[in-house]
Design a protein around this ligand. Sequence first.
Ligand SMILES: CC(=O)SCCNC(=O)CCNC(=O)[C@H](O)C(C)(C)COP(=O)(O)OP(=O)(O)OC[C@H]1O[C@@H](n2cnc3c(N)ncnc32)[C@H](O)[C@@H]1OP(=O)(O)O
Ligand SMILES: CC(C)C(=O)C(=O)O
Length: 549
Amino acid sequence: MKNYEKYKKGYFMPPVTSMNWASKDSIDESPIWCSVDLRDGNQSLIIPMDLEKKIEFFTFLVSLGFKEIEVGFPAASETEFNLLRRLIEEDLIPDDVTIQVLTQSREHIIKRTFEALKGAKNAVVHLYNSTSVAQREQVFKKSKSEIIALGVTGAKLLNEYANNTEGNFRFEYSPESFTGTEMEFALEICNEVLEVWKPTSEKKVIINLPSTVQVSMPHVYASQIEYISSNLKFRDNVIISIHPHNDRGTAVAEAELGLLAGAQRVEGTLFGNGERTGNVDIITLALNMFSQGINPNLNLENIPHIVSFYEKMTCMEVSQRHPYSGELVFAAFSGSHQDAIAKGMEYHDNNNLNDWRVPYLPLDPKDIGREYASDVIRINSQSGKGGIGFLLKENYGYDLPPKMREDLGYTIKNISDKLNKELKSDEIYELFKKDYINNETTIKLIDYHFVRNGNFHVTMECEIDGIVKTYTGIGNGRLDAVANALKSNLNVDYSIQTYSEHSLEIGSDSLAAAYVGITVDNKIVWGVGVNHDIINASIKALISAINRK
Ligand SMILES: CC(=O)SCCNC(=O)CCNC(=O)[C@H](O)C(C)(C)COP(=O)(O)OP(=O)(O)OC[C@H]1O[C@@H](n2cnc3c(N)ncnc32)[C@H](O)[C@@H]1OP(=O)(O)O
Ligand SMILES: CC(C)C(=O)C(=O)O
């Protein structure tokens, strides 16, 4: 027998599938979000968070806009129990935030859970028991009716303890390992629990359908959600919640299809922290919606801050390729991508476009606290003129003529190739400055003056090899006069091909930049001059080009 032959389907399609969800092409509104970072996320950490960290994490989740937060499993440990007591007694839970706690269907655990919850203004008590074939046979060793009895007993105990405990409580039920459960049975147990709780419009019940372990393709999960959603009793007074894990790497897909199929609420964590491969990543899910024009109802404007907070608290790392949040996920190293991005941004600016359509960027990095210059355009040997030109313009104000961008582009990428490393924006600027701007390696401009007499007459002093010499020349413009003076006295054969200038708007007190391209031996050589005076800048640009030839 081959290894793969021991794996059989561990999931059940519903008896009827309409797959209406499959014809919808978008989610209309964001769901109710419930963060389970402090429970599912915490229980998966090598070292679970201590009390102070949990309180800090809770406050952070509130600041992100979560209105439902599972704060733990109060019967699990003193820390979890004390967290509840601190949150309640120190009035740390805003009125519009509902806390949630998890409990097994065992009386001593339910009792302890309600002790922790005493005085809670708004709390969801989340009861679970496992329903899959594997769990029934191997773990609980119970028949279907015994498993239903376990759920129903727990549901009754919740009624009883809630009636005898000060506080405002709603209930949630999860048939844990739902995806490995026969769908008729999952429906039956959920309906039996609902019969005990009898949800009303004032006290809705949450039925949470977890893919505790992912075992199928996401469309199977969506069909399962659709089946339960369409056949559940008290449906109008039930909120269908989903809780995808990520064993097959499709938690986000499951959540999206689950929402199309009728789910109204999602339980997940920041960056998908959680047991094994984790839970569904709420940030990715919310930003998928955001980037399709849907209000995510979470404050995600500063993803780098959320990443660093999360990493500090959990000691986990957000990978460099993590959607939206990873360090490299907006980075374009390759020339053609950079070129398209730079042109796209210019197109948006020039046309005052409000709707975002820049190629290669699924959303505007600025919307989530990322920077174009440091996060988007990154330079290595795969890069091109567009990206390098973009960086110099964006960060230092140099708007290079297109042909010069190409020349500089090859220079920079060759350096990166030889060094076999990425070149940062400041390194590129240093290379550009040293080689192209006000280059005095051979000829150094000391002074000049013009007389206009029909044409322009220049008298200029230059230092070459430590010796100051005076040159004169005539031309129909100032730069022409200087070019002629240098050409005839230095015996260099060149002609000026292109000239352009602009004021430098970044970090300068009214400096001007001039760009000169001269043709020498059929090749264009570039120079840049920078000075407060534009004539001075243009002469320096010409001398820089001659010095670089
Ligand atoms: C998919 C999920 O993430 S579910 C949430 C899982 N999270 C956690 O378990 C974290 C917190 N848990 C804990 O701290 C502990 O497990 C406690 C305090 C809840 C219980 O501790 P203990 O009783 O010592 O141990 P344990 O959890 O191993 O108990 C297993 C027993 O509970 C039963 N059990 C497990 N889940 C449930 C449930 N939901 N309802 C009823 N009984 C259950 C098992 O069948 C087993 O029964 P047995 O004693 O007859 O064999
Ligand atoms: C308790 C349930 C909802 C759970 O965490 C899971 O099934 O993954």
